[in-house]
Ligand binder design. Structure first.
Ligand SMILES: *Cc1c(COP(=O)(O)O)cnc(C)c1O
Length: 289
């Protein structure tokens, strides 16, 4: 197994992936769509094209757990072979259900694969599904929840769901920036589903975060070497721009009470402007098209 490491905060580079694959005998390439820990979204279309160009027979396996359903994804057009997601992310349900899509190439590879498998043998799941069943007892309650999540998403319309996530990301980034938080991820690769910001030097983070939580906003911490360095705001699934504005208002109020150099109203204003700009920008783009 070989690994291409991207600098934390930056997207994986298609040219680097291509270079690494050159001349090698790679059977499969695993790609992470949304890097939840660093709030970076990788360009799966470009990365998949790089793999196809250099290793045409390699299977492309994508962890899109925290992206699929929130942003556009063209599995067939991009030539992806396996795409995985989970009920607890954009699908607005509890954890307990994984969803897997497989291409014809992936199904063919399952026939020749020698890796031991039983419970997670997708062929058993496919065969049972033809009769409207599952091979083993599934997490029924979560199936009902995902069904409701899908109903809500269908009623909203895929384009609107994607637009909403983009607007929430824009508003979060603008609001945090105006509150003096330095965003962690490289601007062109910032995620549409989660935003990471550095914890400012000199801020008593434990006390700050405790007060934010007491007021009803739950922030995620950093992971791995980013523990204690960043905090993250999730904005995927069941989330509205008004909720983002509320979260920014909370961060603003707590910032003021902690004596941070914040102009009252600046965070909420920046987030509100970003929200409106995103909507008018899209309307203009539609008229232009
Ligand atoms: C959430 C997530 C997973 C699944 O992790 P869980 O701990 O099972 O939720 C896998 N990959 C990515 C990129 C994720 O964001």
């Amino acid at each position: 197994m070989d690994r291409v490491n991207a600098e934390w905060g930056y997207a994986a580079r298609p040219d680097e992936v291509r270079e690494r694959l050159r001349g090698g005998d790679y059977r499969a390439v695993l790609l992470t769509h949304n890097e939840t820990s660093t709030a970076v979204m990788n360009p799966i279309a470009d990365l998949a094209a790089a793999v196809r160009a250099e290793a045409p027979d390699a299977l492309i396996l994508v962890d899109s757990v925290s992206a699929l359903g929130a942003v556009p994804f063209e599995m067939d057009a991009w030539g992806c072979d396996v795409v995985v997601t989970g009920s607890q992310k954009a699908w607005m349900a509890a954890p307990g259900l994984a969803m897997v899509a497989a291409s014809d190439r992936a199904w063919a590879a399952m026939e020749t694969a020698r890796m031991p498998r039983f419970y997670l043998d997708l062929r058993k799941h496919r065969d049972s599904s033809r009769g409207g069943e599952t091979p083993w007892t599934p997490a029924i309650a979560v199936v009902y929840q995902v069904d409701e999540g899908l109903r809500l998403m269908a009623a909203e319309g895929a384009e609107n769901v994607f637009d909403r996530h983009e607007t929430c990301a824009d508003a979060t980034q603008a609001g945090l920036g105006a509150l003096g938080f330095e965003l962690f991820a490289d601007p062109p690769s910032r995620s549409k589903t989660v935003t990471a910001a550095r914890i400012p030097d000199g801020l008593d983070w434990k006390a700050f975060n405790g007060e934010v939580k007491r007021r009803g906003v739950v922030l995620a911490g950093g992971q791995g070497k980013l523990t204690g360095q960043v905090f993250r705001v999730g904005h995927l699934g069941s989330v509205t721009t008004d909720e983002i504005l509320g979260a920014i208002a909370t961060l603003e109020a707590v910032s003021v009470s902690f004596g941070r150099a914040v102009q009252v109203g600046a965070g909420v204003s920046a987030a509100q402007v970003a929200t409106i700009r995103a909507a008018t920008g899209r309307a203009a783009a539609r008229v232009g098209a």
